[in-house]
Design a protein around this ligand. Structure first.
Ligand SMILES: Nc1ncnc2c1ncn2[C@@H]1O[C@H](COP(=O)(O)OP(=O)(O)OP(=O)(O)O)[C@@H](O)[C@H]1O
Ligand SMILES: [Mg+2]
Length: 276
């Protein structure tokens, strides 16, 4: 007999579908012994990582350790010097550009900068990928944009210009744009960096909310430990070119990995209660 599920356990419902129980380790993205250097600088040195379908994986690591480089490998924007990158069991390492196109369509990417087109309205910013990649009618585009704006809690903002938006609103419009093509994976590069704590909190809530509503897999690159613990299912700690520690948020709290401990200690989160 299973326990009745309360509304507040909505995320648990998504996670505990029959499918997930039969295939508890359905790997969506995999790195096998990935090496990558730029000139003499060896960034990845045999990185191994598995990201499971439906989870929120947080990639944590110091500045310049290769977190953004890792994300670029997932999109086939970088090619490893050696090692393999797999997406949904497909080895994309040697894919030519045209075969990478459908792979990239599986991903929505939230860039750190937000990167909105300043001369376009909110509507046109979000509609842009639809105009570029689909044959949808104007009516369908309007309804898709409206739906995505509602998902990021910014209804009726279609006519605003980016300059009219606060930092948090810009992030949310960017997020709406990254999900407008209904990706299977959302990549967030430093989603809360540069935002005040209240706005950061809203963005974290949004990540969790989208995860439940869209049934996606998420990869969140962050320095922000509070954010990591509020959104993540697991942490992958990148150091010296490898994922030195990978595990659940709870195990991360109890880990005796010296550098990971130092990272986590730098925030009050060790003392805080688990968020779930
Ligand atoms: N195209 C490139 N050419 C040369 N060096 C690069 C390139 N891309 C990344 N690097 C170098 O690789 C290292 C890792 O870069 P990356 O941007 O992945 O770091 P990061 O972990 O995302 O850091 P941050 O937290 O500061 O964003 C850095 O030293 C960077 O200078
Ligand atoms: Mg980076």
């Amino acid at each position: 007999m299973t326990e009745p599920i309360m509304p507040s356990d909505r995320r648990a419902v998504t996670r505990e579908t029959a499918e997930r129980r039969t295939h508890p380790r359905d790997v969506f993205i995999e790195f096998r012994e990935v090496h990558k250097a730029y000139g003499k600088k060896q960034v990845l040195r045999g990185a191994n990582l598995q990201i499971y379908r439906g989870e929120v994986m947080v990639i944590l690591g110091g500045s310049g350790t290769g977190k953004s480089v890792t994300i670029r490998h997932m999109l086939g924007l970088e090619i490893p010097d050696s090692g393999r990158v797999l997406v949904e069991d497909e080895d994309i390492t040697d894919f030519p550009e045209e075969e990478l196109y459908p792979v990239r369509m599986k991903f929505g990417m939230l860039f750190q900068s937000g990167a909105l087109f300043d001369s376009m309205t909110v509507f046109e910013n979000i509609a842009y990928p639809l105009r570029e990649h689909t044959e949808l009618s104007e009516e369908e585009i309007t309804s898709a944009v409206k739906e995505k704006l509602e998902l990021v809690s910014l209804p009726n903002t279609e006519k605003l210009m980016p300059v009219d938006l606060s930092g948090g609103m810009r992030k949310r419009v960017s997020l709406a744009r990254s999900i407008v093509l209904d990706p299977k994976v959302i990549l967030y590069d430093e989603p809360t960096t540069g935002l005040d704590p209240i706005t950061s909190h809203k963005i974290n809530e949004m990540i969790t909310d989208l995860q439940a509503k869209l049934n996606v897999t998420s990869v969140v690159v962050t320095h922000d430990i509070q954010s990591a613990f509020s959104v993540g299912d697991r942490i992958a700690f990148l150091n010296e070119g490898v994922f030195e520690w990978v595990g659940s948020m709870q195990d991360a709290r109890d880990s005796d990995h010296p550098l990971l401990r130092e990272f986590l200690k730098s925030s009050a989160v060790m003392a805080a209660q688990p968020t779930r």
